[in-house]
Design a protein around this ligand. Sequence first.
Ligand code: ZN
Ligand code: ZN
Length: 362
Amino acid sequence: MDHSGRLRRLQAALDDHKLDWLLVTHLPNIRYLCGFTGSAGALLIGERGATFFTDGRYVTQARAEVVGARIVIARKAPALAAAEFLAASPIRAASARLGLEPQSVTVGMREQLAAVLKRKWKLVSAPPLIERARMVKDKEEIRRIGEAIRLGASLFRIARKKIRPGVKEVEVAAAMEYEARRAGAEGMSFSTIIAAGKRSAVVHGRASDARIPRRGFVVCDFGVILAGYCSDRTRTVHVGRPSSDARQIYEAVLEAQLAAIASVGPRATAADVDTAARKVLRKHHLARYFTHSTGHGLGLEIHEAPRLAAGQTQELQPGMVITIEPGAYIPGKQGVRIEDVVVVTPAGCEVLTPTEKELIVI
Ligand code: ZN
Ligand code: ZN
């Protein structure tokens, strides 16, 4: 991983945003910049260098993992230790600006930092510089995401075997998750969704105690974390003979998904991809049943920028890795979602998820 390049580019950007220092507290951002994978840390970045703060539990791990930053083992919260370090260092002007990550610093922590730093320091909300950099993946990241996707995709075989009328949704999820860990996954990238029968219309139907009915859709949405990177995939199968209604909904969602994939490319915006999916569903009178965005970036986190939704003007760029996951959910009846991960290329996109998507009847 190109940690030093990432740090260097960020340091070069601080001045443009009138920041003397940036305090990185969001753990995935810390991992992205210096490689640390533990659960307590703060990375203080200035023009001239970076210092990483963690606590006594991570002495060995920090030394093994952290690249490009000095390491300080603190006896207090790492962010506070960073503030004390700053308070003790000289500043050139009458005041200095410290950028904070507004999404990860609590109100309480901000007050504590202000108390340590006193008046000479101005605490400001930094723009999402690291999130923006993380949108475009490098080759090594795309390789890792591809491996996570291959492992994740293999779990669908388990789902197909396990899904039978009378089996509980959680039993299907448990079998998949057990196999994931056995195959080397660090964990699941989110709580496995197995939503059967009427519950298939519940968009985020985490696997429950409910039993799979004799007839109806089963939405399976699942992903693993492998070497730090997430996968995400949805397939919807049908138990028993599908009604013509069910077939129509499935075909419409599939058509919407293929249209959205076809629209992905460096000249499209995130909103364009969403529009492409919605247009197809509107034609099939299903647009009002498509109640979430068409997709999201993924990488170190399961949901990253960009978000593929109306009003999102972000242009797609080669190297962005995004999900394409339209769905239709008829409340109280049935729902379908189909989701793949694609990487934007100069010519369009490459689908990373193994692609068989015809309706599977169990
Ligand atoms: Zn998903
Ligand atoms: Zn997703």
